[in-house]
Design a protein around this ligand. Structure first.
Ligand SMILES: [Zn+2]
Length: 281
């Protein structure tokens, strides 16, 4: 290990500076969303079977309720603009803007060059959890998704029910693509209901049994027309392992709720990012 420089303590004493301080972003119109949610009625629903995935289209201005109807279960969510799969959820920038875990009032942002809010979280029945004594919280944007490549790397075995493969199959079926075409569009997820953190002493990614129970939900207001694809992780509540058939797994639900006409008057879908795209050339 490299020898500590004489001024190591002074260098470490620099104050942290939030990269994107509070107030950097325009606040979402939460009162308007609350009024819309109070009038919303379910118009479509899909059930995500255990160790599988499903897709649903969500019109802009409606609400996508991600539900846990039966038992403790974690979901891996991909979001696409319904108009084109190239615009997709950007886990890394969402993490930089809002933090390692998201809840009510946070937004889910799309990738470059679009970088606009795809959805805003308007209700979270697990918001009481906060950050626990291990530094863990719920709904993370730090994990990527369980996948068969890492599983093969670590065990030498092929497992086909990882979230990556579940998302690939569901997207292929919904969009009429081959598995190879669909796989290119599957991206880092929002880990819905998953409870995770980093160990304080070594900075390692860890998971623990999710606090989610039957009846819990996470509600997203669709800022643009969306295609949502979600996998019910083979890890179940992710309290032990994943990437195998050993854990108890339960279904998840995705329900589209439509507000009454007129309640969103004055609201507009956000345009794609305004950067001119010159890149200094
Ligand atoms: Zn998974």
């Amino acid at each position: 290990m490299t020898q500590r420089p004489p001024d190591a303590d002074a260098r470490r004493a620099a104050s942290p500076v939030l990269v994107y301080p509070d107030g950097s972003l325009s606040p979402p119109p939460m009162h308007l969303y609350a009024r819309a949610a109070a009038t919303a009625r379910p118009v479509s629903e899909v059930i995500v079977p255990p160790r599988d995935a499903a897709a649903i289209e969500v019109p802009a201005g409606s609400i996508l309720r991600l539900g846990c109807p039966e038992g403790p279960q974690v979901g891996d969510l991909n979001l696409f603009a319904r108009g084109g799969l190239c615009e997709r959820f950007f886990s890394g920038k969402t993490r930089a803007l809002h933090g390692t875990h998201v809840s009510t009032g946070d937004r889910l942002w799309s990738c470059f060059p679009y970088l606009r809010p795809m959805a805003t979280i308007i209700a979270d029945s697990l918001d009481w959890y906060g950050i626990d004594a291990d530094g863990a919280s719920v709904h993370d944007v730090i994990g990527t998704r369980c996948d068969p490549y890492t599983q093969h790397l670590l065990s030498g075995e092929d497992y086909d029910r990882c979230c990556h493969s579940n998302l690939t199959r569901a997207l292929a079926t919904h969009a009429g693509l081959s598995l190879a075409e669909a796989e290119r569009h599957v991206h880092d997820v929002l880990n819905v209901f998953m409870c995770t953190g980093f160990t304080r002493n070594t900075g390692r990614y860890f998971m623990k049994a999710s606090p989610v129970r039957a009846g819990d939900h996470l509600d997203l207001f669709a800022e643009i027309d969306l295609l949502a694809v979600m996998s019910a992780c083979p890890g179940g509540d992710c309290g032990a392992g994943h990437s195998s058939d050993r854990a108890a797994c339960y279904p998840l639900s995705m329900t589209v709720l439509q507000p009454e006409p007129g309640v969103l008057s004055g609201w507009e879908s956000p345009p794609r990012n305004g950067y001119a795209g010159g890149h200094g050339a």
